[in-house]
Design a protein around this ligand. Structure first.
Ligand SMILES: *Cc1c(COP(=O)(O)O)cnc(C)c1O
Length: 383
């Protein structure tokens, strides 16, 4: 046990469930920790730091501008706030009260998920469109341009698109229909990494969010928001500490002073504070993520899973090359096996998505290699 965990009496756990937020997300590389350590010893202008990190994010995503948020969910709230308020500082001051401004965000019914709350938190109302034909097996049709156009009204502020390997085929239709009506498209690509090529796959959208604390391996409370310069400027203004003097305010060039002769007050995102340590840590993690040999990294995970599977016989199945290699272990009683793993002296968490069907999922992204043997022993004990 590390000293601080001993001090708190909180046990360490083995997380073979993936980079889940509730288990602390990714494990950070020493380079990331070092970047955070260096930042911790400095004072600096946070808007200037955000603008510089934003330029790195813009390059990585192929978009005009970017910023670091306190997670992808906060990125969705800021994206919605930017689409609702634009460059209007009176609207920024009013949010989340969105009366009197376009405040509807359109979503395909099939994309609705628990992170919708992040969009609503900005004051937006979500309007569902289309059917769930594919999901229910009732039919073959996805979201169509005419459905989007019929739903667009003067109250429409944005369209939100939840990116998954299954939904991607519909994105061009959404972008095309929304562009025709000047409606910005927000893409939630929080967990769409790897492959790292996906970082730049949404450059045609107006805004995109990614988690910094999942596959990128950055500090857990970070996310990337990238997109149109004017919208990122709005999001940044609504997040920054704005206790500034109008007479001496000197924001970074990203903030167009012709649009903002007066500084706004603290905005909706003032509570979504990102520290200098997190911003510098995320940039270091992004550098590592972009430089990494992805094929070799995935093969490394596959080799470790194969070694674990070797001790489990027929019950373990290495899933064929997807984005991140996974091991499926079939057990007689999924929930009972999960409880047994959690009751061990060093508790083990596995993916529970298919536990009810007797299948445990093992993901090594947040497992230290030196813990593989303990994980294998725990899994064998469940069989
Ligand atoms: C994880 C996730 C989020 C939230 O990301 P955080 O960085 O944890 O805030 C949002 N949307 C989707 C689809 C996610 O998977």
């Amino acid at each position: 046990m590390t000293a601080i965990l001993a001090r708190l009496g909180v046990p360490r756990r083995i997380n073979a469930a993936g980079t889940l937020t509730r288990l602390g997300g990714s494990l950070m590389a020493p380079e990331v920790v070092e970047a955070m350590r260096q930042a911790a010893a400095c004072s600096l202008d946070m808007a200037e730091l955000q603008a510089a990190a934003g330029a790195v994010i813009a390059r990585a995503t192929g978009m005009e501008a970017g910023m670091v948020t306190s997670g992808a969910a906060a990125g969705l709230t800021l994206a919605a706030a930017a689409c609702l308020a634009g460059s209007d500082i009176a609207r920024m001051a009013a949010l989340p009260d969105s009366r009197g401004m376009p405040n509807e965000i359109l979503m395909a019914r099939t994309h609705r998920n628990a992170y919708d709350h992040a969009l609503r938190a900005a004051g937006a109302r979500i309007i569902d469109i289309g059917h769930n034909d594919r999901g229910t097996g009732a039919g073959i049709r996805g979201i169509e341009a005419w459905e989007i156009e019929a739903a667009i009204t003067p109250a429409t502020a944005a369209f939100a698109f939840a990116a998954t390997p299954d939904s991607l085929g519909d994105l061009p239709v959404v972008l095309e229909a929304c562009r025709r009506h000047g409606v910005p498209v927000i893409v939630d690509a929080a967990a769409q990494l790897p492959p790292k090529s996906n970082l730049a796959a949404f450059a045609a959208a107006d805004l995109v969010v990614f988690s910094g604390g999942k596959a990128i391996g950055g500090p857990q409370p970070t996310g990337l928001l990238a997109g149109r310069r004017d919208l990122i400027a709005s999001a940044l203004l609504q997040q920054q500490d704005m206790d500034v003097s109008p007479a001496t305010w000197s924001p970074p060039p990203l903030i167009d002073r012709n649009r903002f002769p007066f500084p706004p007050h603290h905005g909706l995102g003032r509570g979504f504070k990102v520290g200098k340590e997190e911003i510098c840590g995320l940039v270091a993690a992004l550098d590592l993520f972009l430089a990494r040999d992805e094929a070799a990294w995935l093969q490394g995970l596959r080799d470790r899973l194969a070694a674990i599977a070797a001790g489990l016989g027929e019950r373990a199945r290495l899933l064929p090359a997807g984005k991140v290699p996974l091991l499926e272990v079939s057990v007689a009683d999924g929930p009972a096996a999960v409880r047994r793993l959690l009751a061990r002296p060093l508790p083990i968490h596995v993916g529970e998505r298919r536990a009810a069907a007797g299948i445990l999922t093992v993901d090594l992204q947040a497992v230290r290699p030196e813990d593989d043997a303990i994980l294998a022993e725990g899994l064998a004990d469940c069989l």
